[in-house]
Design a protein around this ligand. Structure first.
Ligand code: ATP
Ligand code: MG
Length: 734
């Protein structure tokens, strides 16, 4: 290297450098975890700018999460040594949202459209389905919603669905319901998450002038985490990258087939293979040196992933010139409470030894696993944050407050209004609401307008007429305040004058209610960071999907493995490596290799997040609500290379691992109700659940037990229909 080399290129290895400097023509970078793919992409972005090949707004860069976009923006500004603005850098959805704000009229929406969250989507679907009078037990809403999303992920409009794509869901009416759902969204001037992409692809296909604008604008396209693009994302990219004049596009995609973990959302590894066909002359560069993890961690990850058959295959070697590093730990704990406690204690020890909390992460398979960790960390006074919106924006009070804001800002937003019209109680129940909805639809007006008229014409009487009138007046008042005193004051006003805050202040369960008020305080702080309420609401709609809004100070991060993609931490805890949790029950139920291999890729993603230290845990008995459930260690633990692993059990003497696992596995095979060696008292206290009992599940809600087979229940849930579930996962209601 000559002394005049620019700083940002020094330190890249030869392949990385080639990937940065090959700016022209299509390029695919295929490489394992931690090989610097994201770093290459970021450097490439800066390189294009510094070489003056394009202006910042002429580069389109796609990341998988908002957090990754933020990190990339920061890294670019470090290389450029100045803040960067106006970049087209973000997730597929945020980029599409930004485009759609400009072109919404082309698909019959106003520019001020709202973006619905998952809750609203389901509520809207339920309404739309009413005329079909389908049995929702037989045809669960969530299933139909998922089907609609899959269609959208394939860029299929209702009229494009042929027999080949159709389904017998909803009694064969799914396609018609999809059409009605889309029509209703338009009436509401709203779109759901999938529409952001669907509308943009539709516009690109039907309005070549719009597409031409973007062809003209974007001279370079960069895509991170390419292995997880689904069909519509790929289509969108291809539309943008392939110009009619046939010049080879300057599109660079980086990916790793071993980290493809979103097939359940329609991601297709085949997109990697398709790239060379769609972009003839594409160069492929492989990076093989891992700069992130110690050799031991790398070896553990490589051993696990080697059990997958469906791989493109690639080499990965340690790039750090350090020693082997610490052994990967596998800790067996008696139960899930101990698991959380042990993690907490290790965090404390590491922190006392000088490691920042922010350098540690706990990564789990499923969102519901966070709760014991939250409790343990709280008890020990360890600061933590949950990445992925599992906590803050999922909370009811936050959703309520956001619905209030939407009702202020978008008077036509009926879904928001429905959420708040009887919250606090205003004597306006479901029946009254259905009646109002009907009248409103007949008159072609919004719920707010219709309600206003009904009150004026004294069609609603008594006390509720007065309180509803107050609500409408409060909304109107807040609307005026937005312009005069700003959106923060307006939000405070509506929450105060609607009686919403009073509802929590008067709540008898004061401890919980206080927490809710704190959260609303936090929300107001967050709103204040945005110039307008619109900007905030748009941001929320996007973060609700996958990210967090909270600034990370020095806190331990808790998140799902899915949310951890692309990130790295010196210390990573991987709890819950148990059959039925990880790999998930769903993947086991599916049978075959497909789902299991995806779980294994997830294990690979998890381990390769760790730079110095990886600690895997599993509990012999897991507590869900008041019940205990036996569990056996994950098969992935057995797939680890012994020479790099330290297995131990802090609570008791550890039998030889081989025999222990063998016995446990056998117990599982025969599915006999296994007896616990660790918590006999807890297990014998476990209530057996009778047929016909009503039970509550954290996700699925309430349902009736219609079959009992040892610990496995068949439950007919009100919202999602029939599910098979372990008894430990539900709470008996009656
Ligand atoms: P993943 O597959 O997990 O997304 P990745 O391939 O995107 O990983 P990066 O996150 O870009 O990898 O890089 C992993 C780590 O290695 C980062 O800390 C990065 O700064 C570092 N790194 C990358 N290239 C080099 C290099 N040439 N020299 C030193 N460190 C490097
Ligand atoms: Mg990356």
């Amino acid at each position: 290297l000559s002394p005049s080399e620019p700083d940002y290129l020094v330190g890249l290895n030869a392949e990385q450098r080639l990937a940065v400097e090959t700016t022209e023509g299509p390029l695919l970078i295929l490489a394992g975890a931690g090989t610097g793919k994201t770093r290459v992409l970021t450097t490439r972005f800066a390189h294009i700018l510094l070489q003056q090949r394009a202006w910042p707004e002429q580069i389109l860069a796609v990341t998988f999460t908002n957090k990754a976009a933020k990190e990339m923006r920061e890294r670019i500004s470090v290389i450029l040594d100045k803040p960067v603005e106006g970049l087209w850098l973000g997730t597929f959805h945020s980029l599409c949202a930004r485009m759609l704000r400009q072109h919404a009229p082309r698909v019959g929406l106003e520019r001020s459209f709202t973006i619905l969250d998952a809750d609203d989507q389901l509520r809207l679907l339920k309404q739309v389905m009413e005329p079909w009078k389908l049995d929702l037990k037989r045809w669960p809403l969530a299933q139909l919603m998922h089907q609609i999303q899959l269609w959208k992920d394939k860029a299929l409009l209702p009229e494009e669905i042929t027999a080949a794509h159709d389904t017998d869901l909803a009694n064969g009416q799914a396609r018609a319901i999809y059409a009605a759902y889309q029509a209703r969204l338009k009436e509401l001037n709203a779109c759901d998450f999938g529409d952001l992409m669907l509308h943009m692809v539709t516009i690109f296909r039907q309005h070549p002038d719009v597409l031409a604008q973007y062809h003209h604008r974007f001279r370079y396209i960069l895509v991170d985490e390419y292995q997880d693009t689904n069909a519509i994302q790929y289509l969108w990219l291809r539309l943008l990258a392939k110009h009619p004049d046939g010049d080879p596009a300057n599109i660079a995609c980086v990916g790793d087939d071993d980290q493809s973990i979103y097939s359940w959302r329609g991601a297709e590894i085949a997109n990697i293979l398709r790239f060379e066909n769609d972009f003839p002359g594409a160069r492929i560069i492989r990076l093989e040196q891992n700069y992130r993890s110690t050799p031991r961690i790398l070896s553990a990850a490589s051993h696990i992933i080697a059990h997958n058959e469906d791989r493109l295959g690639k080499t990965l070697r340690p790039g750090l010139e350090s020693d082997e590093g610490e052994l990967v730990e596998v800790i067996s704990t008696p139960d899930s409470d101990d698991e959380a406690r042990i993690v907490g204690m290790r965090i404390q020890t590491l922190h006392q030894g000088g490691q920042a909390y922010g350098d540690m992460a706990i990564l789990m398979r499923a969102g519901f696993q966070t709760r014991p960790f939250e409790e343990a960390l709280m008890r020990m006074g360890i600061p933590y944050q949950i990445i992925g919106g599992l906590r803050f924006y999922e909370r009811a009070e936050i959703r309520d407050a956001i619905a209030y804001m939407r009702a202020v800002l978008y008077p036509l937003d009926d879904l928001a209004f429905e959420r708040i019209v009887n919250l606090p109680k205003r004597g306006f129940g479901n029946v009254a609401l259905s009646r109002l909805r009907l009248t409103a639809r007949e008159a072609g007006r919004s719920l707010q307008q219709t309600l206003q008229q009904q009150i004026e014409h004294k069609l609603i009487k008594g006390k509720s007429a007065a309180t509803l009138a107050e609500l409408l007046a409060a909304l109107e008042k807040a609307r005026k305040i937005v312009a005069k005193e700003g959106h923060v004051v307006a939000t405070e006003t509506i929450l105060e004058e609607s009686g919403y805050l009073t509802m929590w202040r008067d709540d008898p369960k004061t401890v919980e209610a206080a927490g809710r008020l704190d959260n609303i305080g936090e929300l107001l702080r967050a709103i204040g960071e945005f110039p307008t309420m619109e900007a905030f609401l748009e941001h929320i709609a996007l973060v609700m999907e996958s990210d967090t809004l909270q600034e990370e100070r020095d806190k331990v991060s808790l998140m799902t493995l899915h949310a951890a993609k692309g990130l790295e931490f010196p210390t990573v805890f991987l709890p819950g490596w148990e059959e039925g949790i990880f790999p998930s029950q769903r993947s086991l139920d599916e049978g075959g290799n497909r789902a299991l291999e995806e779980e294994r890729r997830l294990a690979y993603v998890g381990l390769t997040r760790a730079r110095e230290r990886a600690i895997i845990l599993h509990a012999a008995s897991r507590r869900i609500y008041a019940n205990w459930q036996d569990s056996i260690p994950s098969r992935f633990i057995e797939e680890l290379p012994d020479e790099h692993i330290k297995r131990y059990n802090p609570a008791r003497h550890n039998p030889r691992p081989g025999s222990f696992f063998a016995r446990q596995a056998q117990a599982n095979m025969s599915r006999s109700p296994s007896s616990s060696r660790y918590r006999p008292e807890a297990l014998s206290n476990r209530p057996t659940i009778p047929l016909g009992a009503t039970v509550q599940h954290s996700r699925y809600g309430e349902g009736v037990v219609i079959g009992v087979e040892g610990e496995r229940l068949s439950v007919n849930f009100e919202d999602v229909g029939l599910k098979r579930i372990m008894a430990g996962f539900v709470k008996v209601v009656s």
